[in-house]
Design a protein around this ligand. Sequence first.
Ligand code: SF4
Length: 415
Amino acid sequence: MSVVRRKTRKVMIGDRQHGFVGIGGDAPVALQTMTSTYTYDIDATVKQINALHHAGADLVRVAVPDKKDTLALKEILNQVRVPLIADVHFHFERALESIEAGIHKIRLNPGNLKDRPKVEKVIAACRERGIPIRVGANEGGIVERGNKAQRAEEQAALEQDYQGMMTSIMVEKLEEYLRIFADNDFYDVVLSAKSVDPEIVLAAYRECSKKFDFPLHLGVTHAGPPETGRIRSVVALGALLADGIGDTIRISYAADPVYEVEDGKEMLQVLGLRLRSEPELIACPTCGRIEIDLIAMMAEVRRRMGEIDVPVKIAVMGCVVNGPGEAEGSDVAVFAGKHKGVIYVQGEQVATVKEDEILDALFAEVRKFADKVKRGEAKLKNAKVNIKPPDPIGELGSGWDKIKKEGLSLPVMRG
Ligand code: SF4
């Protein structure tokens, strides 16, 4: 898939020590996540930031609810090599302290910072240091709380058409916040409009992409554990990214944030928005023709894939009948069945091995192929790959012999 990205302004985040990451403009979609440690716990936070960076995060955000958190930032920044973002709610002092400590970006919810002069102080400090600000309008904190009449009005409107009105309120609030930034001549801004409801996320970001040329930070907030949150996130973020909307993403799970990074990375890779750096696995869904324990084999394949540092496309298919067609385009494939496995490398049959030798033989070929790629002797995902299925009639039992003998046409089987 080739996604045509929406044109936006560009902001730069980082410094020499932590590297620079662009958001918007011609920069690739940046992947970010947030730590789940107490930021004042320096060792735990550094450990998690480094793990998230290693997993593929381009940017990491940390919460700074208290002064003890911002006091820890300097040492944390000393020990990590990825740009950091401070997440600020309610207390503008935390933003100023984070900027002083050397943070690379501020996430601000001006809805929580009602005092305009305080927001302007943060803007001035960010301008002085060249630090961008994300302005976020989250569904959870968007309805007016201070002004009773306005709150009643907004709630009544939401009762009529929750999704439509919520979208409008979020976009209107962003416009309102942006006026403060424009009045201060500050445009190093990233916008977000998050909700737990994928339909609101879709509508809000589509509207934002029409109205503003600021880069957009996509996210479905409070999505839940990966098992349920994954679908919400993929539905909303995948659709927006495929339409070219979105310049940085954060998947939010109630789990170890490394899952957020893994899923975000996979989403960007399958959309062609990020180059794949590790092997890709395709596998048949299994069906009544399966003749090996493919599910168990898959776990071992995934484990061994961690040792390969070239994005080889590996296919593991449960039979020799439909498997080849389904594995078309893979670099190294195995078709298992009848207690044996037939291994192909870019369409060429290279080995037939016994069932208990499949994994070793498969990975011997994967390693050999990866080395060839590294030496420039083979090309990944060679478009000409065309795997010829082994003769199923020769491979299979008596019912097939009858079909063969009587010249009947083969049934069409789909995986
Ligand atoms: S027909 Fe397809 S799904 Fe069924 S075992 Fe063969 S490859 Fe797997």
